[in-house]
Design a protein around this ligand. Structure first.
Ligand SMILES: Cc1cc2nc3c(=O)[nH]c(=O)nc-3n(C[C@H](O)[C@H](O)[C@H](O)COP(=O)(O)OP(=O)(O)OC[C@H]3O[C@@H](n4cnc5c(N)ncnc54)[C@H](O)[C@@H]3O)c2cc1C
Length: 282
């Protein structure tokens, strides 16, 4: 199919992009890497009147080290982030999770921020952002504000139509990070995936693939560090899943809800093991 007709704007700075979003809000779409948006346009699943291409806005393609976080611009590509030595050293588990996202060709175009904003069912990165406690710099006509990952990616949360994510802030060395997923094929969205962040006092878990709405379920266990590396017992994981996820496990024509539910504890244990290995290497 071909997209329905739309106008195209390619602002050269952030102010112009924000002003266009302010004027056209609900009828406009931001274009970053296009790996989610272009298929949606082609299927006419979205029919914006204006597409605002942000790729000419300067300085949004940088990964910068700040005292307590890594600041990643909205145009940083997934492959650029995966290969970054700063990301590998400072943001435990993100590089490893990026290896599971799509294929290198898609990752060369797709941005980290676009993946997070799209928050499609099964996307790996929202689960990573939740577990690591990432934050977003969101800009609109009122200026800039900081939004926690859980407030943008949690159930029922959505970025306002007139807002732009300019940066993702990843806490530096938040703990030991590990990611694991089960997928039907390499490069496909996970059936279930888990990101764990083993801190000194708790274990933060982000789950992907468990709900139909693209929600990355957050769950926090008590201190596991002392029992590391055996970490969480399967019974404890079951209790957490019942508490924090409950019913939303979804099934579709390919994978039933029951299978996802059964696989979740397995995937969490393997993500914990991956974090443990990262700790031994470090
Ligand atoms: C074949 C294929 C396989 C894939 N497999 C996977 C996979 O296994 N795992 C996975 O996680 N993803 C997968 N993806 C999705 C891919 O990672 C996309 O790159 C990503 O989801 C979107 O990033 P993008 O930069 O391309 O965003 P775009 O497609 O440009 O935008 C996506 C959405 O976010 C909005 N948006 C983008 N950037 C901003 C911003 N800065 N501020 C406000 N709104 C913004 C857009 O308006 C749009 O609604 C796959 C894609 C394809 C085509």
């Amino acid at each position: 199919m071909t997209p329905s007709a739309f106008s195209y704007a390619r602002p050269g700075n952030l102010d112009d992009a924000v002003s266009l979003l302010n004027d056209h809000g609900d009828f406009a779409c931001v274009l970053a890497g296009g790996q989610t948006l272009i298929p949606l346009l082609a299927q006419r699943a979205v029919r914006p009147r204006l597409v605002i291409d942000i790729n000419r806005i300067p300085d949004l393609d940088r990964i910068e080290i700040r005292p307590d976080h890594i600041r990643m611009g909205a145009l940083v590509r997934q492959e650029q982030a995966r290969l970054s030595s700063v990301v590998r050293a400072e943001v435990g588990g993100l590089s490893e999770a990026l290896e599971w996202v799509a294929s290198p060709v898609i990752r060369e175009c797709g941005t980290v921020a676009g993946n997070l904003v799209a928050n499609t069912p099964g996307s790996e990165l929202p689960a990573v952002a939740i577990a690591l406690g990432a934050r977003f710099i969101v800009t609109d006509r009122h200026g800039e504000r900081l939004v926690a990952a859980a407030d943008l990616l949690g159930p029922g949360c959505r970025l306002a139509a007139d807002a732009l994510v300019t940066h993702v802030l990843w806490p530096r060395s938040p703990g030991l990070g590990g990611f694991y997923e089960v997928a039907r094929r390499d490069g496909h969205a996970p059936v279930v995936g888990a990101m764990v962040n083993l801190g000194r006092d708790d274990c933060r878990i982000g789950l992907c693939g468990v709900t139909a709405t693209g929600m990355a379920c957050p769950t926090v266990a008590g201190a596991v560090f002392d029992r590391f590396p055996t970490a969480l017992e399967p019974d404890e994981i079951d209790r957490l899943l019942a508490r924090d996820v409950g019913k939303p496990f979804f099934g579709n024509a390919f994978v039933g809800a029951h299978y996802r539910r059964e696989m979740a504890p397995v995937v969490i244990q393997r993500a914990i093991a991956a974090a443990a290995r990262a700790g031994q290497r470090g």
